[in-house]
Design a protein around this ligand. Structure first.
Ligand code: GLA
Length: 760
């Protein structure tokens, strides 16, 4: 609900409010946090009857010295940075006053950007009459978030906008913040900052959103309250947190000002992307606000709050080297194990036998795949699975028919020889003929090959800032949104997966078109657990595409069992990416049992609410939905001697009775070395042939944990059985190798189960 009373405006969400005050044409923030009545505005407004020394005043008595202005311009003693930098006719000083406002029951669509659903809107109209510029400040109210953007309208001489950011100023400075730095295979690495005095900023300016940082970050106050910031945008972005004199903190985010210069001619407008602001009393509440917002308002209608299929993708199993027989064999095995969607990755087109050629030549390689993808699609459909293909539509290899036919389609700075990234060039998406080519390619492939799914990849950075003054990187993103809108219009039910060498473009702009994304090429479970823990503060599990890959990580050579890989990959949308036709029988059995476990808990895994229940030596992320919960428990290094890990399970009914169980798994005997002799009737050598033989047929079963207790006890924390510590073993001992994991399910306990358990 949006309320207005005596110069105050209050946007009430489900459990927060955003309270503004309009006075003398100036709009200031009064409160952003727990919900309050609008009448509290008067008491919460800062008393500015006395000003600090050296404060300056506008002729009509406004000051920037102690301001929580929502549109700060660095004037009248404001010592923090302005949110707008622009120039017109050699002048760059602006002073805007609010002239009017309007409330819309349904938010107006944003020019060229994806507009999230289900928002009402408050719009303030500002003008600097002397400069001939108007600005609209839009406030979109969602149930769990506020969205903000500005629309700058110019009159007269051209205006060049160099920086236009969303800005919010809090009248306190007790913040620390967490940003997620990003690089290939190491996405979402947390970086913590304590803000004291001065400015901290992040800038990601190599074309795709997550080249250096994810656009999501959060701030936490000393009292635990948290604020989340994100952008519905897929390109270069910037954020700054500035703590200043007088105890104020200003947070800004938006398009990166690096290599940005947008010229707005007479009568034209420039619109900034939507900044998303969320609030939570603690970090878990913040993550709930974010996941409700993304699931409810960002994800395309056809996929919102629906579960996704279990996928098989052949990439790490075959890379470019496959035959039709191999693909068929993988598909048969996938079906047998319970997989629902089969994806053929890179290498099915042109003469693409490695990454040096054929990007852009989207004609099937009939030598490798007689009959082409249509034949594979029919085969997979006959088996009873859905079928999908990999594309990298925005790129071209110089060694390709496409490049030879249209060298001018490749992006170039027009001066130097083009740089290559993964042997490829970026197509100039701002060209209408390139847009048409991509739309036609994807739409006809979906129709001709009967595709249920498309993986949309993007595997190089945009360097060299082509055509700086033309504002290229931003135009590229806007062209991408045009292309994606056209495709989505024609194929609304096709499932698209977002990918950019993993998570290099993992943002709310992309999720507005594609309901999920490949988080990282790194499928090592420990690395993935860390990423999932961080990303799940800003994004719901439903957008995480996670695959169980080969036991020895292709990115790090770290060994983990398939069980461990699953226990982490299950939080989100599950897939497999290892060579299924080379599995031992025992591994097949393990995967089949993982899949049936996942099917039984899929809604919970994809649509649940996140709680971080990590402890000292482990990362534990919980997903809770209704009366059930699932915990992905990832241990760090194994620890010597004895200790208990306490597991806290949050969000369940305190008075309810629950049963907590681990997913049963088993361990390769070779992991126990010569300790197998402890139970073996015959002597077994650690590296001998006998252990290899036995381990093909037998694995050591994991513990069976089964704890019956109340929701209160779970919330307070229950001790898991001690991990093996070198001094004996029992049926309940947890065997925790370095970086091994477990999955725990928590379900309401029926009376029967309760009685049976108490008899045990
Ligand atoms: C990128 C993706 C991988 C795979 C390859 C194919 O690296 O992240 O999953 O699709 O491209 O070339």
């Amino acid at each position: 609900m949006i309320e207005e009373k005596d110069g105050f405006f209050c946007l009430h969400g489900d459990s927060f409010c955003y309270l503004l005050c309009l006075e003398n044409g100036e709009l200031s923030l009064i409160h952003f946090g727990r919900d309050l009545p609008i009448e509290d505005g008067a008491a919460l407004k800062l008393d500015r009857s006395v000003l600090p020394g050296r404060a300056t005043l506008s002729p009509d008595g406004r000051t920037g010295a102690v301001t929580t202005s929502e549109f700060p311009l660095g004037r009248y003693g404001d010592k923090l940075s302005p949110c707008l930098q622009a120039e017109k006719g050699g002048k760059s000083s602006f002073d805007f006053l609010v002239r009017s406002h309007r409330i819309n029951e349904l938010a107006e669509p944003m020019d060229g950007y994806p507009t999230p659903k289900w928002a009402s809107e408050l719009v303030f109209e500002l003008a600097d009459e002397a400069m001939g510029v108007e600005v609209e400040l839009h406030y979109l109210l969602f149930k769990t978030a506020v969205g903000r953007y500005m629309r700058i309208v110019n009159h007269g001489e051209p205006l060049t906008v160099r920086k236009a950011l969303c800005s919010i100023t809090f009248p306190f400075v007790d913040f620390s913040g967490r940003f997620l730095s990003a690089s290939w295979a190491d996405e979402a690495r947390p970086s913590d900052v304590r803000f004291n005095c001065g400015c901290w900023s992040m800038d990601s300016s190599l074309g795709a959103s997550c080249e250096a940082f994810n656009p999501f970050f959060y701030l936490r106050r000393e009292n635990g309250e948290c604020y989340g910031f994100n952008l519905v945008y897929s390109g270069n972005h910037f954020a700054a947190v500035e703590a200043g004199k007088h105890g104020f903190t200003r947070v800004m985010n938006g398009i990166s000002p690096t290599a940005f210069a947008k010229t707005v001619s007479d009568g034209e407008a420039f619109t900034t992307p939507l900044s998303v602001l969320t609030y939570g009393e603690d970090l878990d509440c913040l993550s709930h606000a974010n996941s409700d917002f993304v699931n409810g308002c960002i994800i395309p209608e056809a996929f919102a709050n629906k579960v996704k299929p279990i996928t098989y993708n052949n990439w790490e199993a075959t890379y470019f080297k496959f035959t039709r027989q191999k693909i068929y064999a993988l598909a048969r095995k996938a079906k047998k194990l319970g997989i629902e969607l089969f994806v053929l990755d890179d290498g099915w087109f042109g003469s693409r036998d490695d990454d040096t050629k054929s990007l852009g030549d989207w004609k099937p390689n009939l030598k490798k795949l007689p009959g082409g993808p249509r034949k594979v699609s029919d085969y997979v459909h006959r088996l009873g699975m859905k079928f999908g293909l990999w594309f990298e539509p925005e790129m071209v290899n110089p060694d390709s028919d496409l490049y030879r036919a249209h060298p001018d389609w490749a992006l170039s700075d027009g001066v130097h020889e083009n740089s290559l990234g993964r042997n490829q060039l970026t197509l100039d998406l701002t060209k209408p003929e390139v847009q048409d080519f991509i739309v036609d390619t994807i739409v006809s492939a979906i129709k001709d090959y009967r595709l249920d799914y498309v993986k949309w990849d993007y595997n190089r950075s945009m360097d060299g800032f082509p055509r700086l003054e033309g504002n290229y990187c931003h135009e590229y993103v806007m062209s991408l949104y045009k292309v994606l809108s056209r495709i989505k219009q024609r194929c609304p039910d096709t499932l698209f997966e977002n990918c950019a060498s993993g998570g290099s473009r993992n943002d709310l702009g992309m999720y507005s078109f594609f309901p999920y994304g490949w988080l990282s090429d790194d499928t090592d479970s420990y690395e993935r657990a860390k990423m999932q823990r961080e990303l799940s503060v800003g994004y719901p599990f439903s957008v995480f595409s996670n695959h169980v890959s080969a036991k020895t990580s292709h990115q790090m050579f770290r060994y983990s069992s398939l069980g461990t890989k699953f226990d982490v990959a299950m939080l989100g949308c599950l897939g497999y990416e290892l060579d299924l036709s080379a599995l031992r029988k025992l591994d097949e059995r393990e995967i089949a049992s993982q899949i049936s476990f996942y099917k039984a808990h899929r809604e919970l895994a994809q649509l649940g609410r996140r709680y971080d229940v990590s402890g000292d030596g482990f990362i534990a992320v919980e997903s809770q939905l209704g009366d059930k919960a699932l915990v992905s428990f990832q241990a760090k290094e194994a620890t010597p001697n004895f200790h208990y890990d306490f597991l806290h399970v949050k969000g369940l009914r305190k008075e309810g009775r629950y049963i907590l169980k681990n997913r049963k798994e088993s361990f390769d005997l070779r992991r126990f070395g010569s300790m197998v002799n402890y139970v073996s009737p015959v002597r077994i050598k650690e590296d001998g042939a006998l252990i290899n033989l036995i381990s093909r047929h037998y694995e050591f079963p994991s513990e069976e944990t089964s704890l019956l207790c109340s929701g209160s006890a779970l919330d307070a924390g229950v001790p898991l059985p001690p991990a093996y510590c070198g001094s004996g073993i029992s049926k309940s001992s947890r065997i925790m190798f370095d970086f091994s994991a477990r999955a725990y399910s928590i379900e309401p306990c029926s009376e029967g189960e309760s009685k049976a358990k108490s008899k045990e």
